[in-house]
Design a protein around this ligand. Structure first.
Ligand code: ZN
Length: 339
């Protein structure tokens, strides 16, 4: 009961604070004819239908029955789904406007081809845990973005602002630079056998994943997986997420990646927004690394910072946090010296 009332209130205030009134007059001013006749010709209409049909289909469920069962088990599903979709679209449009210089054509094409109404799904609690986070972790995971196909899964919750926060955060990952690269190498052993090793690099924002596989008789075993810049990437994601939400008049009531957010915000102040945005949205990680190394006065500053941030997350050992803080302090001092 109490749930329904607070839910309605939230959606009413959303309408006011989500800047709908900002968006409409603008489009009317710029393209007044479009409002009355949305398609200027039959071929324009057919192009748009074609584009809509080419939208990627996201498979969250094995059957329509499964999908319907999930929808029914999430209280107030339709309202929540509208809210997360809207948060995602607003984030896309705002980021593409604010950081357009950081995006290249390839990035924009990828995003428009990945757009689809089923991209985001809200999962009921048991299904989210069973399907999305089968391994127990230290943290309560509220959202997951499939790094390979961009599908976003959100854990159901009773607070709409939380769901929007998760949707905005995962959409930010989606907007960030995405790249995949595979290589296959054949080695000949001393005995004359051939060994085939394949490596796969995935980049999402500034987060890089390197996987190495050994291929024998058509099966491949993973030898190694390495992560780089993983949690600074989360900090930057959360930094842009909170900015988007504040702009929309939304104030999330839970913190995520607080520590990493602090490092990211400091780094941006030191290195400049352009370098951070170009690395995160445009894939110029080398440019940001060079900037940090230059400011740190020695090569390896960027690696050391990321190593300590990631090691602190995985071990909780305070010495790694102190080491990361020290690097940030040193960079701050260097910046003061430069100015
Ligand atoms: Zn994340």
């Amino acid at each position: 009961m109490g749930y329904d009332i607070s839910e309605k209130k939230t959606s009413e205030t959303d309408i006011k604070s989500d800047n709908i009134s900002d968006i409409k007059p603008k489009s009317q001013e710029v393209e007044p004819a479009r409002i009355e006749t949305p398609y200027s010709s039959a071929s324009d209409y057919s192009d748009r239908v074609g584009a809509a049909l080419e939208q990627k289909e996201y498979q969250h469920w094995n059957s329509a029955e499964e999908q319907e069962a999930n929808r029914k088990s999430v209280i107030d599903y339709d309202n929540k789904k509208r809210a997360v979709d809207k948060a995602s679209l607003e984030t896309q449009s705002s980021i593409l406007t604010r950081h357009q210089d950081a995006f290249d054509e390839k990035n924009i094409n990828r995003m428009s081809s990945e757009f689809g109404s089923n991209k985001i799904e809200i999962y009921n609690e048991p299904d989210f845990v069973v399907e999305k986070v089968p391994v127990d972790t230290q943290y309560k995971i509220v959202g997951v973005r499939d790094i390979k196909d961009g599908k976003i899964s959100i854990r159901d919750g009773d607070d709409i602002t939380r769901l929007k926060h998760t949707s905005t955060h995962e959409t930010m990952h989606d907007l960030s630079y995405q790249h995949e690269n595979s290589q296959v190498q054949a080695f000949e052993s001393d005995r004359g056998d051939m060994a085939i090793v394949s490596t796969k690099d995935l980049t999402s924002g500034i987060h890089k994943i390197e996987e190495t596989f050994r291929v024998t008789d058509g099966t491949s075993d993973r030898l190694e997986i390495k992560h780089y810049n993983r949690y600074l990437n989360e900090g930057i994601t959360e930094m842009y997420t909170l900015e988007e939400m504040h702009q929309r008049g939304e104030y999330p009531d839970f913190d995520s990646y607080t520590q990493e957010y602090g490092w990211a915000a400091n780094l941006r102040e030191i290195a400049g927004d352009e370098h951070v945005a170009k690395a995160y949205f445009g894939g110029d990680i080398k440019g940001l690394k060079r900037r940090v190394d230059d400011m740190g006065g020695r090569p390896g500053t960027w690696e050391a910072l990321n190593h300590n941030i990631d090691a602190y997350r995985s071990t909780g050992d305070i010495r790694f946090k102190e080491a990361a803080d020290e690097i940030i302090d040193r960079l701050h001092d260097a910046k003061e010296g430069l100015n």
